[in-house]
Every structure is written in structure tokens, then in C-alpha cells.
Design a protein around this ligand. Structure first.
Ligand SMILES: C[S@@+](CC[C@H](N)C(=O)[O-])C[C@H]1O[C@@H](n2cnc3c(N)ncnc32)[C@H](O)[C@@H]1O
Length: 248
């Protein structure tokens, strides 16, 4: 995901105080969101995966609790991943942890198609996808104390200070996440943006229901693969920060 285009998109799409905005669209935008809706091109292969595998693996959004045991067809430790992008990391982790179930949430349609394609190619039965704002998914579809883990990898950093309010990792959002985690459940974050890493550490450390498993930043756990993007960054000398906290 191109971080700069994200900031630019917010500059042009920011609805606040726009006089020509209709009431319906004002209501829709009232909440500050951590993403901008981009009209991404869905490839032929992604579209085929959406058509063929979507009905089985995509869970339609509805503002009510979902029966995840029924949706996965079993009872297993459950991990929520927010903003899986093109899904490469999600598929890799799901393949190496077949005993766990993964709920992937992403708003970007080509990403949903890309992950469905990987599910088909690798025969992964332990992933379900929701194409919707993760905040609303957490609020309505995930029961309190039901998640064993939460993954958020390279969330949009929103570089400009006036956009920091759009960052996902904020005290209120973390409190919502924690309410959906089981005691001893973990939250694993990674970012390549130092200023956001510092914010993550500050926000998570200030949440009384969480404890840090490391002294500050954590080593990258073996189950998180290094992405191509990350590899290039590391070669260029850029940093990556992992955080691993547990619910008390
Ligand atoms: C910078 S990308 C990182 C993608 C991927 N995790 C990776 O490591 O390559 C962040 C992703 O989070 C998604 N996203 C941001 N806010 C979201 C939200 N509230 N709900 C669902 N997805 C969200 C964006 O659409 C975007 O694809």
C-alpha cells in the first residue's frame, strides 16, 4: 500500500465542512475512519476467486454477533487480523498454524480477491474474510472475550500530524479490542514507521488490561513471515518494530 497516496487521498476526500455534501454522506462519514476507500482494480483471477470462493469464505457484514464456530465448522483458537492487505502474510500464517482459525478483515476489494485466490491455491480451510470496517466488525460481530489473538501488521501510518487521528491504534480502539480478547489472549502489532511504533507502545502500555511480553519492543515471532516490502526496507536500513502484549 502506498503510504503517500493514502495521505493525498485523505486531503482530497476529507468531508469535514464540505458545503456540497449530502446529509446521507455526512452521516456516513461522521466517524473518523482509519482508511480511505480506493477504487482498486480487481484482476481477472481475483474476480474469479471472489465469484467461486467468496460464497464459502466471505462472511457478509451484519450488525449482529456471528456464530464463528458454525462458520468455521469447528471450535478452535481464534485470531482476528485487521487490514490484511493482499493477504500473503495471512495465508502463510494460516498454513503454518492449521489448528487455529483466522478471521481476516479488509476493506480493499482487490485484497479480498487476492486472499481468496491464495485460499484456493493453498487449500486453506481455516480463514474467513470480512470486507468491512474492522471497528464495526469488532463492535457488532465479535463476542466479548472470544479472541485468542489479534494481528495488525503495518497499519496505515497516516504520516501527517493532522491525520494522526485516523491511526487505528488509539486508546479507545485498543479498549474495544481488549474487550473482545480472552484473558491471556495476545495482540501482535508490527510497523515500519518509528513514530507510529512509539505511539503503539505508549497506547498499549497505558491500557491497564494489557501486559507487555517483552521489555519494550518484541523480537519478531517466528510465525510472522518477513514480507517482500519489509525485506526491501530492511535492506535499505529501515527499521521494523514488533509489539507483543497479552491480556491479563
Ligand atoms: C498499509 S496496509 C498493510 C497491509 C498488510 N497488513 C501488509 O502488511 O502488507 C493497511 C491495510 O489496512 C486496511 N485497513 C485500514 N483500516 C481498516 C479498517 N478499519 N478495517 C479494515 N481494514 C482496514 C487498508 O485497507 C489497508 O489495506
Amino acid at each position: 500500500m502506498n503510504h503517500d497516496s493514502q495521505d493525498d487521498a485523505a486531503d482530497t476526500n476529507d468531508p469535514v465542512g464540505h458545503p456540497a455534501e449530502s446529509e446521507a454522506s455526512m452521516l456516513h462519514h461522521r466517524r473518523i475512519r482509519s482508511f480511505v476507500t480506493r477504487a482498486g482494480r480487481v484482476s481477472v483471477g481475483q474476480q474469479r476467486a471472489i465469484d467461486e470462493l467468496g460464497p464459502r469464505y466471505v462472511v457478509p457484514y451484519a450488525p449482529q454477533l456471528a456464530d464463528w464456530d458454525a462458520l468455521f465448522g469447528r471450535q478452535a483458537p481464534r485470531v482476528l487480523e485487521i487490514g490484511f492487505g493482499m493477504g500473503a502474510t495471512t495465508a502463510e500464517i494460516a498454513a503454518t498454524r492449521p489448528g487455529d482459525d483466522f478471521i481476516g478483515v479488509e476493506v480493499h476489494e482487490p485484497g479480498v480477491g487476492a486472499l481468496l485466490k491464495l485460499i484456493g491455491e493453498r487449500g486453506l480451510g481455516n480463514i474467513r474474510i470480512l470486507q468491512h470496517d474492522a471497528v464495526e466488525v469488532l463492535e457488532h460481530m465479535i463476542a466479548p472475550e472470544s479472541l485468542d489473538g489479534v494481528h495488525i501488521y503495518f497499519p496505515d501510518p497516516w504520516h501527517k500530524s493532522r491525520h494522526h487521528k485516523r491511526r487505528l491504534i488509539q486508546p479507545k480502539f485498543v479498549a474495544l479490542l481488549v474487550s473482545r480478547m480472552r484473558p491471556r489472549g495476545y495482540i501482535h502489532l508490527a510497523t515500519d514507521w518509528q513514530n507510529y511504533a512509539e505511539q503503539m507502545l505508549e497506547v498499549l502500555a497505558a491500557e491497564p488490561a494489557l501486559e507487555n511480553t517483552a521489555d519494550g519492543y518484541a523480537p519478531r515471532p517466528e510465525f510472522r513471515p518477513v514480507t517482500k516490502f519489509e525485506q526491501r526496507g530492511l535492506r535499505l536500513g529501515h527499521g521494523v518494530w514488533d509489539l507483543m502484549f497479552r491480556r491479563r
